[in-house]
Design a protein around this ligand. Structure first.
Ligand code: PHE
Length: 452
């Protein structure tokens, strides 16, 4: 055990860790998932709940995960075993590994779509007469049985390849260039999209709340799930990454930077997608294809559109890759320790199983589209179970563990807060505010309590 411990990998630098955590957070969640979930749940009012979730639950739990990981220097399950042997908190670890399998299974499918779009632009772009054709192109592609599986396979192979190479050479190195480039491109595209004529409608959709949207019980859970998904929270990705930290990092600053950047990314992505939604007369509640339909419509209008399309989908696929890597790493780190597998063996076996688990999500867009759970297709159902249930439940347990399962002084010290007012506020949030908020949102989503 000790020998294994001293062989554990470490980040090269503090900035390397922060970038990797940002790489995990920023991904399809900020662009693909954020835009369609916001669109389906009424826009601005949803956004308010989402931002509240980030502030009151997200940031405190991000810091709790970093703290647990850094203290334990282990994977999700191992961290709970080490810090609280024989205690029931470990269910959060087991749920975390399960969530990694479920989320990456469908994440790989959608990421495969982005790789395919990249290649379409690489080979000259789409030929359309009218931007309305992008709906048909998208649906035609995702509903075909074989093609999407091929792209999912390609994407998953790249994910496995990076995890196989290890923490420093694989994960850390790739994020340093990608994140800044993607940020610049999203800002340029938002600027262009705002000039297309849908800007004022987009602004009122995103920033003028129609509070009646909050009568829908599903809105709260959707906002909570989106906050967890986007922050990579509640399943130990951040515990696992924190586990590769050396002892001398300042965690609160890192938690705020990661959450702040992730949120900013989503908001700017909203300013990129929604003006185009309105300019091209697409419905904001179009669903999971929203980004794949609006973005090509934007590129269609731009000078050098094919080049922008190519760059954009390249960077989006890369952002998805750094998130997928963090998902796979959660499971791989666990298998390496638990079964003393080599990193190589674990990445290939676990990654292949996850690829196979994603096949139904892909086929559910076409030949298996009659398989539905509460009117959701297979992909949406996997997403719902993991993002809206497992992640918030994991986050709830992590908050309670840090808030109640640790001695307060230990928690304050391990988080690098020390005996400060902010530190005490953090513990108070973990003890009361975050758990109660999650609990109320769960209740609200069942319709037992109503906000009118
Ligand atoms: N946060 C990632 C994204 O926004 C997805 C993710 C979820 C990654 C959970 C790791 C853990 O795309």
């Amino acid at each position: 055990m000790n020998q294994l411990d001293s062989n554990r990998e470490q980040w090269n630098s503090r900035i390397g860790f922060i970038l990797a955590a940002m790489g995990s957070a920023v991904g399809l969640g900020n662009i693909w998932r954020f835009s369609y979930v916001t669109g389906e749940n009424g826009g601005a009012a949803f956004l308010v709940i989402y931002l509240l979730c980030i502030l009151a639950i997200g940031i405190p739990v991000v810091l709790a995960e970093f703290t647990i990981g850094k203290k334990a220097q282990s994977d999700v399950v191992g961290s709970f075993e080490k810090l609280a042997p024989g205690k029931p908190w470990i269910v959060a670890g087991i749920m975390g590994v399960a969530s990694a399998f479920i989320i990456l299974s469908f994440y790989g499918v959608v990421a495969g779509w982005t790789v395919k779009y990249f290649f379409s632009y690489l080979t000259g772009g789409f030929t359309v007469q009218d931007s309305s054709e992008y709906v048909g192109i998208f649906v035609g592609f995702i509903s075909s049985p074989f093609q999407p599986l091929l792209w999912q396979f390609i994407f998953m192979s790249m994910t496995i390849g990076i995890v196989y190479l290890g923490v420093k050479k694989g994960i850390e190195a790739s994020n340093k260039i990608l994140m800044p480039s993607l940020a610049i491109l999203v800002i340029i595209l938002a600027g262009y999209s705002l000039s297309l004529g849908g800007a004022s409608e987009a602004f009122s959709f995103l920033f003028t709340p129609d509070w009646s949207a909050l009568k829908e019980p599903k809105v709260y859970l959707a906002a909570l799930g989106q906050a967890f998904f986007s922050l990579s929270l509640g399943m130990g990705a951040l515990i696992t990454y924190g586990g590769y930290l050396s002892k001398k990092e300042k965690l609160p600053g890192a938690a705020v930077s990661v959450a702040g950047l992730d949120t900013l990314f989503a908001l700017v992505a909203g300013l990129m997608i929604f003006p185009a939604v309105f300019a091209f007369g697409i419905s904001p509640d179009e669903g999971a294809g929203l980004a794949f339909i609006t973005l090509p419509s934007i590129f269609e209008q731009m000078a050098f559109g094919t080049l922008f399309g190519l760059l954009f989908f390249l960077l989006l696929a890369a952002a998805a890759l750094s998130s997928a890597v963090s998902l796979l790493e959660v499971a791989v780190a666990y298998f390496i320790r638990k079964f003393t597998w080599s990193r190589k063996k674990a990445s290939i076996i676990v990654g292949s199983i996850i690829f196979l688990m994603g096949v139904p999500s892909s086929l559910g867009q076409g030949i298996w589209s009659n398989i539905r759970f509460f009117d959701n297709d297979i992909l949406d159902s996997m997403d719902f179970i993991a993002s809206n249930i497992l992640l918030p439940l994991g986050g709830l347990i992590i908050a309670l563990f840090m808030g109640w399962g640790w001695k307060k002084s230990d928690a304050l010290e391990a988080s690098d807060f020390g005996d400060s007012a902010l530190g005490h506020a953090w513990i108070f949030t973990l003890r009361f505010i975050a758990p109660i908020a999650i609990f109320i949102i769960f209740l609200a989503s069942t319709g037992i309590i109503k906000f009118e």
